[in-house]
Design a protein around this ligand. Structure first.
Ligand code: CAA
Length: 391
């Protein structure tokens, strides 16, 4: 049983067990095969939608479940513990494009896009990075040029999760002009749909982990989007994206905690079954100490994550808190999955047990939605901003 700092409410426990049952029934039998074949199963979208899991933090008036951040993350952790690929689909959709529409969308945008997204009829993706701009996100080059009642977008987006099946791609593009560059304040957020002429799905990445989650490049060639599809102010898209990533990073932290918990559970079970030198290996102190450190780190990561989620639910600014939660959880996931493989020995190095997949899936949590280095930059900068000092 997963340890928690604060007991969950009855409703949170009910949603947790719904997510756990769903993962056991709909994901566990297929996760290894999907991983092996890099297969994305589109039926998962419908099944998540039936549970309301694609509109978890969207208020009921916009067809969502109207749950808080903590409850959403508790469910996400359960999904990630079985299939981290499904977890990233859920995380990006719930934390980024839907939250951006909820916060900055007009009523018309909410009824056209947010409602069907919350019902799971349109899957959301998020397009910020480009082939030449990752950590330095504000250096993105995709250009949006105003032309009458439209914006015309040209450029390439990279690392777009769920990009093959997205119905809405929240896309950051430059709204400033080449003659008058405005840096981070010259970027707009656009609601892009795949039916727009000029929308081209590019190469699908052949990844180390999260292989059942399709990650693609998107090319926009003279893609004309009506001006009604601009979110908020034309120069504030980067700020919206950064603010949304504060919540997005909590989703990745929950994914990492789920992966780490799964590795811990599998390793402790295996240590009780596997016998060497005449006894179960769990009776050797080398294994006990390893399992103890794994359990401690998972518990600490979960506690920090849930504290950050609660802070968000109280309306507090969580920029630093979410960076800490993501950094700690993702480094924990990488460390714990490495230890799990060591406990399994040779059996951990082959595909017979899922720890090998957990290890590969854990790695990306240290990379996407901001690398561990970026999280450290955010944490350190906030130290100075809180103290009122210079950055
Ligand atoms: N909330 C609100 N505003 C914020 C903010 C936040 N969290 N972070 C920055 N800003 C504002 C700043 O206050 C500043 O505003 P002013 O113009 O008023 O000064 C503006 O944004 C520019 O900020 P910085 O000067 O701090 O910008 P920077 O260029 O130094 O970059 C950074 C900051 C933290 C390094 C940022 O670029 C960053 O987070 N990089 C990582 C990008 C990232 O996480 N990408 C993930 C892509 S999504 C993905 O992974 C794919 C997927 O589908 C899973």
């Amino acid at each position: 049983m997963a340890w928690a700092l604060t007991p969950l409410t009855e409703e949170q426990r009910a949603i947790q067990s719904t997510a756990r049952e769903f993962a056991k029934r709909e994901l566990a039998p297929f996760a290894d095969e999907w991983d092996e074949n890099a297969h994305f199963e589109p039926a998962i979208i419908t099944k998540l939608a039936e549970l309301g899991f694609l509109g978890m933090m969207v208020p009921e008036q916009y067809d969502g479940l109207g749950l808080d951040t903590l409850t959403y993350l508790v469910a996400l952790e359960e999904i990630a513990a079985v299939d981290a690929s499904t977890a990233v689909l859920m995380s990006v959709h719930n934390s980024l494009p839907t939250q951006m529409l909820l916060r900055w969308g007009t009523e018309e945008q909410k009824s056209r896009f947010l409602k069907p997204m919350a019902r799971g009829e349109l899957l959301g993706a998020f397009a910020l990075s480009e082939p030449d701009s990752g950590s330095d996100a504000a250096s993105l080059r995709m250009q949006a040029t105003r032309d009458g009642d439209c914006w015309v977008l040209n450029g390439t987006k990279a690392w777009v999760s769920s990009g093959t099946h997205a119905g809405v791609v929240m896309t950051m593009a430059r709204t400033d002009t080449p003659e008058d560059r405005k840096g981070a304040r010259g970027i707009g957020a656009f609601i892009i749909t795949p039916d727009l002429p000029g929308y081209i799905v590019g190469k699908k990445e052949d990844k180390m982990g999260l292989r059942a989650s399709p990650t693609v490049q998107l090319h926009f060639e003279n893609l004309r989007v009506p001006k009604q599809n601009l979110l908020g102010e034309p120069g504030l898209g980067f700020i919206y994206a950064m603010q949304s990533l504060d919540a997005g990073r909590l989703g990745i932290a929950a994914q990492a905690v789920g992966i780490a918990q799964a590795a811990l559970s599998h390793a402790s079970k295996y240590a009780a079954e596997r016998r060497q030198f005449g006894k179960p290996i769990k009776e050797f102190q080398a294994i006990q100490f390893r399992l103890a450190d794994m359990a401690m780190k998972v518990a600490a990561s979960r506690a920090l994550l849930r504290a950050a989620a609660t802070a968000r639910d109280r309306g507090q600014q969580i920029r630093q808190f979410s960076a800490m939660a993501k950094l700690m959880a993702s480094e924990t996931a990488m460390w714990v999955t490495t230890q799990a493989i060591q406990i399994f020995g040779g059996y951990g190095y082959v595909k017979e047990y899922p720890v090998e997949r957990f290890f590969r899936d854990a790695k990306v949590t240290e990379i996407y939605e901001g690398t561990s280095e970026i999280q450290r930059i955010v944490i350190a900068r906030e130290l100075y901003s809180h103290l009122g000092g210079d950055r």
